[in-house]
Ligand binder design. Structure first.
Ligand SMILES: Cc1cc2nc3c(=O)[nH]c(=O)nc-3n(C[C@H](O)[C@H](O)[C@H](O)COP(=O)(O)OP(=O)(O)OC[C@H]3O[C@@H](n4cnc5c(N)ncnc54)[C@H](O)[C@@H]3O)c2cc1C
Length: 290
């Protein structure tokens, strides 16, 4: 199918993009990599009358290392993130997560800002950003603001962004000494969205786990003493968390299955956090990275 007719703008500043979106109101949509929006338009699940393509806006892609923060431009593609050596060195989970997204053709076009704004419950970036306590830098008609991931993601494919808001970057607190992060997911085939996945962040005995692909939004649980528990007590804790998380059933898996697998992916995400590559190799070994 083809999309319904729409008008197309390609401004080169954020201010111009916000202005065009403000004029367009609920008719308008930002276009970034187009890897989620264009298929939805082709299926007529999205029918924007006005598209504001932000790919010509300068300064929205690339990674900056600032004092205490890592700032990833909204237009930075999944593949740019995968290939960024310094980012992989400082925060290996970024490379491991990028490797799990779709196929190469999707990774070279799809953007981190688009993924976060799209808020697919099975997407890696919203969960990774939440796990890293990142926030989105957002420009709108009233100026710029910073929105935490918890505030941003409101439901499946739903955010608290207003129609004229543009996500300009993701601001990630730089990891502190001893902090480790890893990711693991289960998917039906390489390149598919995760059926269930988890991001683990650990420091000393404390653990924070953020699951995706399970319920309608990423969900987190944490414990300050997890690392001091026996292996059996850790396994019991992971199963308890799996049980209490909200899970959805769909064509691919039941909520019961997802809850059970939540404990398994959490355990593997913890192993990924303990490894130097944050789970990249484990993802590749399981055939998820193509
Ligand atoms: C076959 C296939 C497999 C895929 N597999 C995965 C996967 O395994 N994991 C995964 O996470 N994703 C997957 N994706 C989705 C892919 O990662 C998309 O790139 C991503 O979800 C959206 O990014 P985009 O830049 O393409 O955004 P677009 O498609 O351009 O936009 C998506 C939505 O976000 C809005 N938007 C985009 N950028 C901004 C911005 N800067 N500010 C405000 N709003 C904005 C748009 O208006 C639109 O509503 C897959 C896609 C396909 C087609």
């Amino acid at each position: 199918m083809k999309p319904v007719a729409f008008r197309y703008h390609a401004p080169d500043t954020v201010q111009a993009a916000v202005g065009l979106l403000e004029e367009a109101g609920f008719e308008g949509k930002v276009l970034a990599g187009g890897q989620s929006l264009v298929p939805m338009m082709n299926f007529r699940l999205a029918r924007p009358g006005i598209l504001v393509d932000i790919r010509k806006v300068r300064g929205l892609s690339g990674v900056r290392f600032e004092s205490g923060y890592i700032v990833v431009g909204a237009l930075t593609t999944h593949e740019d993130i995968f290939l960024h050596e310094e980012l992989a060195h400082r925060l290996p989970v970024m490379r491991a997560a990028a490797a799990l997204i779709g196929h190469w053709g999707i990774r070279v076009r799809g953007t981190i800002g688009g993924s976060v704004a799209h808020a697919d419950p099975a997407a890696e970036w919203p969960a990774v950003m939440m796990a890293l306590s990142a926030s989105a830098l957002v420009s709108g008609p009233a100026g710029e603001r910073e929105v935490s991931m918890e505030e941003l993601v409101a439901g499946p494919l739903t955010t608290t962004l207003e129609p004229a808001d543009v996500v300009t970057a993701l601001k990630i607190p730089a990891p502190t000494a001893g902090e480790r992060t890893g990711i693991y997911e289960v998917a039906r085939r390489p390149g598919d969205f995760a059926l269930v996945g988890a991001v683990a962040k650990t420091k000393g005995d404390s653990v924070r786990l953020t699951w995706f692909g399970l319920g309608t939004v990423p969900q987190a649980r944490e414990s300050d003493s997890f690392g001091s528990l026996s292996e059996k007590a850790q396994a019991e804790q992971l199963s308890r968390w799996g049980e209490e998380l909200e899970a959805e059933s769909d064509l691919h898996a039941s909520a019961t299955w997802r809850k059970r697998v939540a404990a398994v992916v959490a355990r593997r995400a913890l192993s990924a956090a303990a490894s130097d590559d944050a789970g990249l190799e484990a993802g590749e070994r399981s055939g998820l990275h193509v």
